[in-house]
Design a protein around this ligand. Structure first.
Ligand code: C2O
Ligand code: CU
Length: 460
């Protein structure tokens, strides 16, 4: 049972030029969250038990047309309560899938019907949102692709889900060390086995000069991927599903933080018989993350630079009238922990550690129980200054709305739903709070989210 069988089928359909929408679902197609034994590691190891949607990791690709309705019944056949979040979708709040905030967790043996419209084209994903630091790491995630109304000028569309797994090579099983204090208080749970679409060293056959759209999704709990191209030349055309106004040529490396997506349009420039690569740079070393084996000659010359993807229409923030908010991130090991205690809620280091909380927002351990960071009225512009006063990078994600990163010159920059702040970094973001409901704002290093790096915004 190959976890990426479905992706293979999709790729084959694309190559034959058959419409992918044949795979789009109507009615409440089931998404069955269950355990499964799959071949994750190489042959010489045993099979690995994962938790997967329909028993695969990644789960089935969901692909719909822009504006289409997505109807999925998540059936929980796991031993644990779960819920499903549709990351990056400007969704109806009741369908956002946040256990204990927008719905009750789905108990083992029961189900929940998700029913929403996907207003923006782009690359999104879905993942578990109850005990996500464990459930996402066990495999509960998949791609959600929303296609533009007009076809883009490419030869192939490939979804590449990057992930890392913490596995014990002796047993081939996922290390049951969820919530380990070191992961919570340092960089998060980092895996020792890196995959693309559930496969180590994924290799895809291509032809020279083929033009590929690569939709890359970082589904890892905490790993920040630094990537580069070799034998491929191309452009970044979208970030977190949102098209760039101008395709940005890739020169050097680019970064994909947890939960972020990047859409590339690349041309295969490697020679026939050779291979192009997406290269993963890990400190001073580089590895092939995905290989593109050039099995055939070009049938045409290289094309000109691609055009921008059609924009997803968002309300423009009014910076002059914006409500200003601040979020000070503190805590964690290596210096920051003491600073986080000054809020008074944590009288001692021991109290903080006993409660399993290592991080604070604005001087208090965050979560979804307390008051929201802010209560906004619908249509208000929010300008939020985020300060990372910790010794670790954090990938801050806002549910339900995309935000602009404010560029250094003060102008509205790229639209994103997840922004990476390096240690010591400050970032201003702005958005129009135009989607009513309770929206989480949290670090997508999932061990951080569960240990204090979480708050929410109420839009009424
Ligand atoms: Cu991708 Cu709150 O999550
Ligand atoms: Cu974090």
């Amino acid at each position: 049972m190959k976890p990426n069988r479905r992706d293979f089928l999709l790729a084959a359909t694309a190559a034959l030029g058959l419409p992918k929408l044949a795979l789009a679902q109507t009615g409440f197609a089931p998404l069955n969250a269950r355990t499964a034994n799959i071949r994750l590691l190489p042959e010489k190891y045993g099979e690995t038990q994962i938790w997967g949607y329909n028993g695969s990791a990644p789960g089935p690709e969901i692909r719909v047309a822009q504006g289409a309705r997505v109807q999925r019944r998540v059936i929980n056949d796991l031993p644990d309560a779960t819920s499903t979040h549709w990351h990056g979708i400007r969704i109806d709040n009741a369908m956002d899938g946040v256990a204990d905030l927008t719905q009750d967790a789905i108990a083992p043996g029961s189900s929940f019907q998700y029913d929403f419209v996907a207003p923006d084209a782009g690359t999104y994903w879905y993942h578990a949102h109850n005990r996500s630091f464990e459930q996402v790491a066990r495999g509960l995630h998949g791609a959600l692709i929303v296609e533009e109304p007009e076809p883009i000028d490419i030869d192939r569309d490939e979804v590449l889900i990057l992930d890392d797994w913490l596995v014990d090579p002796e047993t081939a099983q996922i290390a049951d060390t969820f919530g380990a204090m070191h992961d919570l208080s340092h960089a998060g749970r980092l895996g020792n086995y890196i995959t693309t679409n559930g496969t180590y060293n994924l290799a895809l056959p291509v032809k020279r000069h083929e033009r590929l759209r690569l939709r890359m999704i970082n589904a890892a709990n905490a790993r920040i991927f630094q990537l580069a191209l070799d034998g491929l030349e191309g452009w970044i055309v979208a970030l977190d599903g949102m098209p760039l106004a101008e395709p940005r040529p890739i020169d050097g490396s680019f970064v994909l933080a947890p939960a972020q997506r990047v859409d590339l349009i690349v041309d295969v420039t490697a020679e026939t018989g050779g291979a192009g690569h997406i290269v993963q740079i890990d400190r001073d070393e580089s590895f092939s993350q995905v290989a593109f084996e050039v099995t055939g000659d070009a049938t045409r010359a290289r094309r000109d630079a691609p055009r921008a993807l059609p924009p997803n229409v968002h309300a423009m923030p009014d910076l002059a009238e914006a409500t200003k908010l601040e979020l000070l991130m503190q805590g964690g090991a290596m210096g920051g922990m003491m600073g986080a205690m000054m809020g008074g809620q944590m009288s001692s280091m021991r109290d903080m550690m006993q409660s399993g909380n290592f991080w604070a927002f604005n001087g208090a351990v965050g979560g979804m129980d307390g008051a929201p960071l802010a209560a906004m009225s619908r249509g208000e512009t929010v300008r939020l200054k985020i300060t990372n006063d910790t010794a670790f990078p954090h990938a801050m994600h806002l549910h339900g709305m995309h935000f602009h990163e404010i560029a250094p010159d003060g102008s509205l920059g790229t639209l994103r739903d997840t922004t990476l702040l390096d240690r010591g970094e400050v970032r201003d973001i702005a958005f129009v709070a135009d989607n009513p409901g309770k929206w989480l704002l949290h670090c997508h290093m999932l061990s951080h989210a569960v240990s204090g790096m979480m708050t929410w915004i109420d839009v009424a």
